[in-house]
Design a protein around this ligand. Structure first.
Ligand SMILES: Nc1nc2c(ncn2[C@@H]2O[C@H](COP(=O)(O)OP(=O)(O)OP(=O)(O)O)[C@@H](O)[C@H]2O)c(=O)[nH]1
Ligand SMILES: [Mg+2]
Ligand SMILES: [Zn+2]
Length: 287
C-alpha cells in the first residue's frame, strides 16, 4: 500500500523502511502524520559525508549477506556490518549466498576458513543459494516472526532472496559485472516485504562499503562478541587491546581462541577511527 507523507514529518525526521507511523485517511490515500519512536535502528556512516544514515528501523535481526564470488567475499565488509549491528544491540546472522557457485576445492577451503572465523566468533552462518533454494528454508525457520533487514554488497543476492520467498514480488534483480565481479546497484531504495503475517524482510540497496565511522573508537571492542570473555582479563582497566602489555584479548589471539583475521579487523578499524590511515582501507590481514 502506498501513502503520502505530510510535509511537516520530513522537517523532523526522514521516514525509513521499518518505521511505524500514525496515518490519517485523506481521499482514500493514507497520509503519514507522525513517525512513532523507533525501537531499534541499523545505521551506517555515509562515506565522505561524515553524516549517518539510518538504513532501517524496528528490526530484530540483521542478515549480513555476502557471497564467496560474484562479488568476492570481503572480511572487511562483513565485519563492518556486524560491528554496526552489534553497536546498535541488534542480533546478526551471516548469510553466505551463491553456494551453487562454490564448487572447486579452493572454494571449499575458502568456505571452511570463513566458517571457522565467523562461527568461531559465535555467529550463525547460513549457506544459501537463491538459484537452487539451498538453505533458504532453514533461514526462513530462523527469521520467522521477526523483522529482518538485509545488508550486503551489491549483487550478493538480497533481492533474489526476497523473490525466492515471494516469487510474485515485483522487483528488479540485477546482474554482476563479469569483469569486476561487482553488482550494479540495482535496488535503489529500501523496501519492507511481508513474508506472511508476522515476518518482514527489508531489502536494501547494496553498498560499496559499510562505513562505521559513527561507532566511537573506545566502543569498537564491545562490537566483537568473541572479545567479551577476555575484556576483564587485561592488566590495565582502560586497555584498548592494541599494544598494552598483559592484554587478555591479545593473549586469546595468540592462543588461537580469537581469530587473527577478526582481531586484524579490530586493529584496522581502531586505526581508521584514529584517522592515521585515512578511511576505508582494507585491513592488513584480509585475505
Ligand atoms: N549463481 C547464483 N546467482 C545468484 C544467486 N542469488 C542471486 N544471484 C544472481 O546475482 C545477481 C544479483 O542479484 P540481486 O538479487 O539483484 O542482488 P542484490 O544483492 O539485490 O543487488 P543490489 O540490488 O545491487 O544491491 C543476479 O544476476 C542474480 O540472478 C545465487 O544464489 N546463485
Ligand atoms: Mg537488490
Ligand atoms: Zn586488553
Amino acid at each position: 500500500m502506498s501513502a503520502r507523507v505530510a510535509g511537516r514529518v520530513y522537517r523532523g525526521i526522514q521516514p525509513v523502511a521499518g518505521d511505524r507511523a500514525l496515518a490519517a485517511e485523506d481521499a482514500n490515500i493514507p497520509v503519514v502524520e507522525a513517525i512513532l519512536p523507533r525501537e531499534s535502528v541499523l545505521q551506517r556512516t555515509v562515506p565522505l559525508g561524515r553524516s549517518t544514515q539510518i538504513i532501517a528501523s524496528n528490526v530484530d535481526i540483521v542478515l549480513a549477506i555476502c557471497s564467496l564470488h560474484q562479488p568476492d567475499f570481503s572480511h572487511g565488509f562483513l565485519c563492518r556490518a556486524l560491528v554496526a549491528a552489534r553497536w546498535r544491540k541488534l542480533r546478526a546472522v551471516v548469510v553466505l549466498n551463491k553456494m551453487d557457485l562454490c564448487l572447486s576445492g579452493e572454494d571449499r577451503t575458502l568456505l571452511a576458513g570463513i566458517l571457522s572465523v565467523y562461527e568461531g566468533a559465535g555467529y550463525t552462518v547460513f549457506q544459501t543459494s537463491t538459484s537452487t533454494g539451498r538453505g533458504t528454508g532453514e533461514l526462513m525457520k530462523h527469521i520467522r516472526g521477526s523483522t529482518v533487514v538485509m545488508a550486503g554488497p551489491s549483487g550478493a543476492g538480497k533481492t533474489s532472496l526476497a523473490k525466492r520467498y515471494i516469487p510474485a514480488l515485483d522487483v528488479r534483480i540485477g546482474s554482476v559485472n563479469p569483469k569486476t565481479s561487482k553488482g550494479r546497484h540495482t535496488t535503489v531504495t529500501a523496501r519492507m516485504i511481508p513474508l506472511g503475517s508476522e515476518t518482514f524482510l527489508i531489502d536494501t540497496p547494496g553498498l560499496k562499503m559499510f562505513s562505521i565511522e559513527h561507532v566511537p573508537r573506545e566502543e569498537l571492542q564491545f562490537c566483537f562478541p568473541e572479545f567479551d570473555e577476555y575484556l576483564g582479563r587485561c592488566r590495565f582497566r582502560d586497555c584498548l587491546h592494541i599494544s598494552e602489555p598483559g592484554c587478555g584479548v591479545k593473549g586469546a589471539v595468540e592462543l588461537g581462541s580469537i581469530s587473527g583475521i577478526r582481531y586484524g579487523m579490530y586493529e584496522a578499524f581502531m586505526r581508521e577511527a584514529e584517522g592515521q590511515q585515512g578511511n576505508y582501507l582494507s585491513a592488513p590481514s584480509e585475505r
